[in-house]
Write a protein that binds this ligand. Structure first.
Ligand code: EPZ
Length: 412
């Protein structure tokens, strides 16, 4: 298993370009199953989850090809779906495989998608996806329904959007997710001929159509990668210009970092600049659905909080067990205590490099950030987690001055 070796203490300076959003590219690829025509998805990040999604689509007999240049352009065509099935071997490695359920139900009327199990960050059931699809009926033709989600679910909203696009009649989905990735999917489906309104609000209306057609779609920039680099600039006291991002999608993160006295300038609609604070100060954070502070930024923010003067209280409201990075940060010298959903971080603490274990994608990013500010060497084990969702993170960090290397384990 590969590891990252980081020598901390280097201020990051220069420019970074953000890749396409993993969590937009995944539903966009799944949406290609809704039509027999060719679909081109552009700005797909080169990360493992997208490779897994390609394998899954290929298993269903869709043709998936990646352009030589740029390698972020994917062409998908599914004239006939021969296996309306997502096997456990693939679902096991990527929970987002569940995103094929809605399109398969819409196109074929039946689907077998293995249930994803729990994962490091909590139980993560898919009961709401199933209940909503059940309301739309089974068999060859799904029917529009009035669905009220008990809880806001991002991929659940995406699944229902895709299923309802080809259902008979109108679907009204209340308490829908408002994440930019959902809005991006609506934009793509509309280009395929879907009739949807209400994106960005919590009520979506979808009038089903008989057929969808091919399209070309460029996925939005990854707001979590952008937020991670904002914190990388801030925590190292550096000066980073972040290109190809959408600061408009980072409102809660930017506001919180500014409260912690990080200097952030929104240069234009696709560029932000971050400069380290003279002195970081504590600011409490509660994770929420969009437009609140994203749970996917919580681990990275915790790394920053270890360096802030005074006590920061972090409250995780989305996932029940998303603090596995905290104990690793404590092993590096951080002062963090966890009590249920609350983490109390007392800073600033001098972090010292040691060997730590990555436990999930964003936890790994938090540990990389802690390693960048720690004295001495930090060795991060199990970085396959980070490879699931950050394109070229080692290369991007190196280009702005970080001392970070990927250590290839023998045989990997
Ligand atoms: C999406 O996961 C993202 N994944 C996650 O990204 C992200 O952390 C999460 O949304 C929250 O923003 C993709 O977009 C592919 P949810 P999703 O359904 O859709 C509960 C990353 O690191 N729930 O919005 O699976 C659930 O347990 C990640 O890129 C049910 O109870 O998350 C959680 O507590 C990981 N029943 C809450 O809702 C259900 O049927 C929100 O989860 C569905 C969800």
């Amino acid at each position: 298993m590969d590891k990252f070796l980081i020598k901390g203490g280097k201020a990051l300076r220069g420019a970074v370009a953000i890749s396409g959003a993993k969590n937009s590219a995944l539903p966009a690829m799944a949406a290609a199953l809704l039509t027999a025509d060719k679909v081109v998805v552009r700005n797909v990040p080169k990360v493992r989850d997208l490779v897994t999604m390609s394998k899954l689509l290929a298993f269903m007999d869709a043709k998936v090809s990646v352009a030589a240049v740029p390698a972020s352009d994917y062409e998908i065509q599914a004239p006939k779906l021969n296996h309306a099935e997502a096997p456990y071997e693939l679902v096991r490695t990527m929970r987002a495989s569940i995103l094929t359920l809605g399109p398969l139900m819409a196109r074929v009327g039946v689907a077998r998608v293995s249930l994803p199990g729990g994962c490091a960050i909590g139980a993560r059931p898919v009961d709401l996806h199933l209940k909503a699809l059940e309301q739309m009926g089974r068999g060859r033709q799904l029917k529009g329904a009035h669905i009220v989600f008990e809880k806001i679910t991002v991929t659940g909203t995406e699944n229902i959007l895709m299923a309802a696009a080809l259902a008979e009649g109108e679907t009204v989905l209340e308490n829908a997710a408002r994440e930019p990735e959902v809005t991006d999917l609506v934009g793509m489906l509309r280009k395929m001929g879907a009739e949807i309104c209400g994106e960005g609000t919590s009520t979506l209306r979808i009038r089903g159509v008989k057929e969808l057609h091919g399209t070309e779609h460029t996925v939005i920039p990854d707001r979590i990668e952008a937020g991670t680099f904002l914190i990388a600039g801030a925590i190292t006291g550096g000066d980073l210009t972040i290109h190809n991002c959408m600061p408009a999608h980072l409102g809660a993160v930017i506001a919180k970092l500014q409260q912690a006295r990080v200097r952030i300038d929104v240069v234009d609609a696709t560029t932000a600049r971050v400069r380290g604070a003279e002195k970081l100060v504590a600011a409490d954070v509660t994770t929420e659905e969009y437009p609140g502070f994203a749970t996917d930024m919580q681990a990275q923010y915790m790394a920053l909080a270890t360096q802030a003067e005074d006590t920061s209280v972090i409250t995780e409201t989305i996932f029940e067990n998303r603090y596995l990075h905290a104990s690793e940060m404590v092993r590096m010298g951080a002062n963090i205590s966890i009590n249920g959903r609350e983490a109390v971080v007392r800073g600033p603490a001098q972090l010292t490099g040691t060997t730590v274990q990555a436990s999930d994608l964003r936890a790994s990013a938090g540990l990389v950030l802690a390693g960048l500010v720690a004295s001495g060497e930090t060795l991060i084990d199990r970085v396959y987690h980070i490879d699931r969702g950050y394109e070229g993170i080692v290369e991007k960090l190196k280009a702005v001055g970080a001392h970070i290397e990927r250590v290839h384990a023998p045989g990997s």
